[in-house]
Design a protein around this ligand. Sequence first.
Ligand code: NAG
Ligand code: NAG
Length: 387
Amino acid sequence: MLTFRRALVAAGFLITMLFLISRTHTTKPYQEPLPPKDATEVQQSVKDEGQTKTGYAPTTPVSTSSSAKVAPAVAEKRPQPGQQLLQDLSRAPLKDRLAYQFPYDVESKFPAYIWQTWKYTPASGDFGESFRPAEASWSEKHPGFIHEVITDQVAVHLLRHLYASVPEVLEAYNSLPLPVLKADFFRYLILLARGGIYSDIDTHAIKSAADWLPDSVPREAIGLVVGIEADPDREDWAQWYSRRIQFCQWTIQAKPGHPVLRDVVANITLRTLQKKKDGSLKSFQDKNVIEFTGPAVWTDAIFDYMNDEKYFDMNTGSGNITWRDFTGMTAPKKVGDVVVLPITSFSPGVGQMGAGDYDDPMAFVMHEFEGTWKPESERHIGEETAS
Ligand SMILES: *[C@@H]1O[C@H](CO)[C@@H](O)[C@H](O)[C@H]1NC(C)=O
Ligand SMILES: *[C@@H]1O[C@H](CO)[C@@H](O)[C@H](O)[C@H]1NC(C)=O
């Protein structure tokens, strides 16, 4: 007799088997880097060791095991093979299953993808003439990259494919009540699964991503490149921004599986499903977007990572990494496998918070905010947004 309980057990087993079969090519399920915890000016701390630029791998990252600046992985919670593994995985916390599904290899190359989202693809007449030069700038600056503008419909199918084995992520994505929430969530999801560059549809590439990191920084030691969105050095900063230093999430470069992406995806998934359960998702307010999926939760995830003893040796550093380590910076800083670019890099020309102009050597990406610059705190409200 097929009781409900038995059916559940059978379904669980089936899902686990599918999950495992789809992962059999993975050899390093829980590998994590353990980079030294140090926030240092890149120019000063990383000596040029005569390394040539490693370039980009279009789809299959190639490992280079030599001269890694990052300590080897510690995999204490590596599951036992066989039956043990089956049981561990099916009950494992979401973060562990994401780590298993999307393993992180700091030594792999940055995948040569550019991901953008919009209601229409550039092939459509409805795409929007004002976005065409911006969209084209990314292809022009990145020959050989795969450049995808993903529509709502394509996003649903793509995510169903990529996250089939982590169904609660799909459930959370599909439950989000506002397009802007989905647009935020999508960028973390695509970078976690595939890596590359995500950039908003209203951004211009000023310089190729090949030039974002100084030559002295070994690419095989970096897994995440972020820029500063806001560094409001004024008493009333909290009226304008959600954090004293805010990292921007309109442009992000990452290798697949990066722990910060995994953390932010797990965080948004769990909170969305909790809200769904307690019925508060329907009454979601626009003004909560920044905290829920936007720059606030993104900034928190980055700082949490930089201060996580699972990843960093906390004994070598001099206290926690805080906004003070990044305020006023004009050159890139490296913290473990993360490079933080100064405000000029992704926010040139905003005319405040120390940002340089568009022709500054450190200006890499220009964000139009659909024509006019607005404080980030007003950015999402009442706007049509990609999703
Ligand atoms: C998600 O991140 C926020 C910080 O932005 C934190 O306060 C919250 O506890 C996290 N929630 C979960 C479920 O991880
Ligand atoms: C550093 O951060 C950890 C975790 O966020 C916290 O428990 C600890 O008190 C902080 N230490 C200092 C010196 O601020």
